[in-house]
Design a protein. Sequence first.
Length: 85
Amino acid sequence: MCGCSTHQTQATQTVERDPAALTLRVEDMTCGHCAGTIKTAIETSLPGTSVEADPASKLVSVRGSTDLTTIQALVIEAGYTPTAA
């Protein structure tokens, strides 16, 4: 979980779920810093992937990979708890 001090309530635009993407729910993604950490962890480990991480909806959408096990492991290694959405 994020240890930053940026957990202020901010107006964010919720991204709609992309049916063509692999989507995970990450309840402990609480801010933009968390979202960036998850995005970077996946995109740097799996070149060719594109990640949208939305703290407002708690959803992480990954395009370019269908390897759910690997993506979940990367999110866990980044310090977060993914579940199937």
